[in-house]
Design a protein around this ligand. Structure first.
Ligand code: SAH
Length: 352
């Protein structure tokens, strides 16, 4: 099997190309072809000799991912891609054309082990962690499509399937890779990492010296309810999660966002809002309210607009910075994991 060069930085390329006895600048040239010019074959690399191109093609390949399914929302603003990697494992990546630029949502694991009650990504458990190169492939795949329109990826959220802080080393390597000027050159400030609250790794991330924004999925203002929605709360209770969020904000000077899915009759009362406000009082933090994308398998429903408005107002009245997530792409089921599940389920049906 040929070794894949995609996802390697210049130093790593130098290492793998060493057996061919190439001068070091060749690695840089190959990186330029792959990452700046979007080359996926060695034949395109016209500043390399024909002989070298042939030797490279014999030993290596440049493989990003194969699109298995693409869905476009009717308004054209949201596109969802099911991308398969070399071993056939497929994940979802989403492009959202926002007023402030092109934002993408990246998966960090195939499936998820966290078991959150409202989330489609976890229904089939976790298949495996993604590598740094695979996460980069999600970014570059979408960026190459945008480039054809004279556009590019502007901002990125690690909010697709998976828990990024349970795949810490690969995610960290990916953040360095996507930031690398010779690879993609994305600024850390354009990146948001979302976590269900893996407390020790929030502290670790704060010490890495990379100012990515942190989002913490809270979804409830007290432990008992949070534990029913998010089993990880039994291991890392809410007070510890919020202390870690505060430490992250203090250290990085980045405002931490708390995500709060609104679920009808479960966590959306004014009492819940008041408790939430008390919890976050005095923190450099904001709340992002997310009216739930109903997941049929889970029987959890979206509150009425009146209840959503009342919850938002109850927070704002208590001086909590609050936004309500703009809905995008619900007509293509942009809730994380739903496309992949359909793919897995239809494969199952085919096997029957
Ligand atoms: N594991 C990480 C990142 C993936 S989830 C985390 O928990 O933050 C990314 C965001 O999507 C989280 O806030 C998650 O709670 C939210 N989400 C999951 N299922 C959803 C649904 N059915 N409707 C709306 N948001 C959902």
């Amino acid at each position: 099997m040929k070794q894949n060069l995609f996802g390697k930085n210049v130093a790593e390329l130098q290492d793998v190309l060493a057996p061919l006895g190439l001068p070091k600048f060749r690695a840089k040239q190959i990186a330029q072809w792959m990452y700046e010019k979007g080359a996926t074959s060695f034949d395109e690399m016209t500043n390399l000799s024909k002989d070298l191109r042939a030797r490279l093609s014999d030993a290596f390949e440049i493989f990003l991912a194969t699109p298995k399914d693409i869905l476009q929302s009717k308004d054209g603003k949201t596109s969802k891609y099911l991308l398969a990697f070399a071993d056939g494992t497929a994940v979802e990546s989403v492009l959202m054309r926002q007023p402030y630029g092109n934002s993408i949502c990246i998966s960090t694991q195939a499936g998820c082990a966290m078991g959150c009650a409202f989330c489609a990504s976890t229904l089939h458990g976790r298949a495996r962690d993604l590598t740094a190169g695979e996460m980069l492939a999600e970014v570059v795949f979408i960026d190459q499509l945008l480039r054809k329109e004279g556009q590019k990826v502007d901002t990125m959220v690690l909010m697709g399937s998976g828990e990024p802080l349970m795949n810490y080393d690969n995610v960290l390597a990916f953040l360095h890779l996507v930031h690398d000027e010779a690879v993609f050159g994305m600024s850390y400030r354009s990146i948001t990492l979302s976590t269900s609250g893996i407390v020790p790794n929030i502290y670790r991330l704060a010490d890495e010296g990379i100012p990515v924004s942190l989002s913490i999925s809270l979804h409830a203002p007290e432990d008992a309810l949070r534990s029913t929605l998010m089993p990880i709360n039994r291991k890392y209770p809410m007070a510890d999660v919020i202390a870690a969020g505060k430490a992250y904000g203090d250290k990085t000077k980045r405002r931490v966002t708390y995500e709060y899915i609104l679920i009808d009759g479960v966590n959306d009362s004014e009492q819940h809002a008041a408790e939430l406000a008390k919890l976050l009082h005095g923190q450099l933090a904001s709340v992002n309210l997310i009216p739930i994308n109903p997941v049929v398998e889970r029987h959890l429903l979206r509150p009425s607009q009146a209840r959503i408005d009342a919850f938002e107002k109850a927070l704002a009245d208590r001086h909590i910075a609050v936004t309500v997530r703009r809905e995008m792409g619900t007509d293509i089921n942009a809730a994380c994991g739903q496309l992949r599940n359909r793919h897995l389920d239809s494969n199952k049906d085919e096997e029957k």
